[in-house]
Design a binder for this molecule. Structure first.
Ligand SMILES: Cc1cc2nc3c(=O)[nH]c(=O)nc-3n(C[C@H](O)[C@H](O)[C@H](O)COP(=O)(O)OP(=O)(O)OC[C@H]3O[C@@H](n4cnc5c(N)ncnc54)[C@H](O)[C@@H]3O)c2cc1C
Length: 535
């Protein structure tokens, strides 16, 4: 008999819910978590300014009506400490702590077909066996620090936003560089600018950001959401992005320029990225439609930033709005009007090296006390790539995914029996409200495990042709949109040497859920069950 029925790797939103759902299904389950606390993203990314950009009423679990009732969010877009408190509340409320082991990094997982089990080894050398393995390692958890010569010789302090020290960092009066202007850079920079002696923001690619208009959630608004939560969540499950949106249902090109400008301004004033992108049906489909919203945002940048030369450098031009994650900030662009903030163009003057006293670009040297890397993640497959996962017949996941990560329905990959990936490649994952997508995957996995056990089977595994067809479909859908047009972390472009494949499913959360349900209704179509170790 195995030590456990299921090992879950990770204890973020996905791992926490996997523990609850699998335990409630009567299974012996443990989540192994590398961090010294639960929460995943919300444990590691404790940098100043970190907050979610999907509204709290959406970015929260929906699996328990009691949980929805007894938790009230203080803000429309809560900051990192509040999301982390929420996850602790969930673990307390459902008594999940006993099933979570912290400070435990999984280093390898090896499938044994003879015994129909996984052997999971952790950094402390301990080994556990389990019939099922669930990866909840996160799409954005393997942080990436660029390989800059001389970084080790830097005499000041350096940080990565996703490995922020729990005791915090004091930038008061300091000379600070922020490297990277994606979502995290856009969140952290204004916080540092407010206290630093001087802040240099090193930008390689300008980023689109829209206001979030964050605000406190009043007791009345909280009650109104709760009064119709069930219907609201049902709408979210059927939606494209995992959030009910009120778009116009029209093409951006079928309305007049004045009508469009009015609609964009309304969304700009209301705040939020997803409502913006959902306004017209073709904003993410045709470049001409997208150009209308791109120009609108560029105009807002020009309006906000007083130095026209700086404003032009902040205007993104080489990719469509939304093809890189649309950032949200109420004060990022305005920050460049401060006398203690300088934008550095790291494309025309690339960073060359770091020395004891600062940072050298192709044409200047910056004396610094601190460097903040907001350089993101080896996304989607990075955390799994750091584990030696070996499936049937000695097949390593690294080699199976050498040309890019892939999975049938984003859930399982051929050659790796009884191995499930929450928000894996080929699922809506990072293109959705991730909490909703995580819930859907965890529930699907729970039901699948119960099915395998109920059938008396040894294992389940996707058939290669089904997986190939799903990958081809995800590619067809992606290439009918503008998403692949950006060199983004979505395709792995930020990691030198990484195979560049657009892996998320952008066909929508609702249609995707329907497909997953249909596969089950058709007797786990595209999957094979093995009995007594043979198919
Ligand atoms: C700053 C920031 C803001 C975000 N805001 C939003 C938002 O507003 N809306 C949204 O939908 N998404 C957002 N995201 C994406 C976010 O990652 C997901 O929403 C969600 O938190 C993912 O949960 P998860 O459990 O899948 O992964 P994670 O939260 O990343 O958790 C994975 C866990 O696995 C652990 N782990 C990894 N490898 C191992 C190993 N080998 N052994 C043991 N443990 C391991 C990690 O330590 C981590 O704790 C944001 C991400 C960031 C970085």
């Amino acid at each position: 008999m195995t030590d456990l029925d299921v090992v879950v790797i990770g204890a973020g939103f996905a791992g926490i819910y996997a523990v609850k759902a699998l335990r409630d299904a009567g299974l012996r389950v443990a989540a192994l978590e590398a961090g010294s606390g639960i929460g995943g993203t919300w444990f590691w990314n404790c940098f100043p300014g970190a907050r979610c950009d999907v509204e709290s009423k959406d970015y929260s679990y929906s699996f328990s009506e009691e949980l929805q009732e007894d938790w009230s969010w203080s803000e429309r877009y809560p900051a990192q400490p509040e999301v982390l408190r929420y996850l602790h509340h969930v673990a307390d409320r459902f008594g999940l702590w006993a099933n979570i082991q912290l400070n435990t990094t999984v280093t390898s997982a090896t499938w044994d077909s003879d015994r129909a089990q996984w052997a999971v080894v952790t950094a402390d050398g301990a080994a556990r066996t389990a019939r099922f393995l669930v990866s909840a390692v996160g799409c954005l958890s393997a942080s990436s620090v660029p390989d800059i010569p001389g970084l080790g010789s830097f005499g000041g302090a350096w940080f990565h936003t996703a490995r922020w020290p729990k005791e915090g960092a004091d930038f008061t009066g300091k000379r600070v560089a922020v490297i990277g202007t994606g979502s995290s850079g856009i969140q952290v920079a204004p916080e540092i600018a407010a206290v630093a002696g001087h802040l240099w923001v090193f930008q390689r690619t300008a980023h689109f950001a829209v206001p979030n208009r964050n605000a406190a959630v009043s007791p009345e608004a909280d009650a109104a959401v709760k009064a119709r939560y069930r219907a609201y969540r049902a709408q979210a499950r059927e939606s494209m992005l995992g959030v009910p949106l009120t778009g116009t249902g029209k093409s951006a090109l079928e309305v007049t320029a004045a009508e469009r400008a009015g609609a964009y301004q309304e969304k700009w004033n209301a705040g939020g990225g997803m409502p913006f992108l959902g306004l017209y049906t073709d904003l993410l489909i045709t470049r001409k439609a997208n150009d209308t919203v791109a120009e609108f945002i560029r105009d807002r940048i020009r309006e906000t930033v007083t130095d026209p030369a700086v404003a032009e450098q902040l205007c993104p031009r080489d990719y469509p709005v939304g093809a890189k994650r649309l950032a949200q900030s109420d004060d990022y662009y305005a920050m460049f009007n401060r006398p203690n903030v300088t934008l550095v163009n790291a494309r025309t003057s690339p960073i060359v090296s770091v020395a004891a006293s600062g940072l050298r670009t192709a044409d200047a040297f910056y004396e610094l006390d601190a460097i903040v890397f907001a350089t993101g993640f080896d996304a989607i497959s990075g955390a799994l790539d750091r584990i030696a996962v070996t499936g049937a017949d000695g097949l390593s996941l690294k080699s199976a995914w050498a040309a890019g990560p892939h999975a049938y329905l984003g859930l399982m990959t051929a050659g790796f029996p009884n191995f499930f990936i929450v928000t894996g490649p080929g699922s809506p994952s990072v293109f959705s409200n991730m909490v909703l997508s995580i819930e859907q995957h965890v529930e699907w996995i729970r039901d699948c495990v119960s099915h395998v056990l109920g059938e008396g089977a040894s294992w389940i595994e996707p058939l290669a042709p089904a997986e190939e067809a799903w990958v081809a479909h995800t590619q067809d859908v992606a290439y009918s949109t503008l998403f692949p047009l950006a060199d983004s972390w979505y395709v792995g472009a930020n990691i030198p040497g990484k195979a560049q494949v657009f892996s998320p499913y952008v066909g929508g959360v609702g249609p995707y859920r329907a497909k997953c349900d249909e596969v089950v209704a058709n007797g786990y179509e595209g999957f094979a069950l093995a009995y007594n170790g043979t198919r």
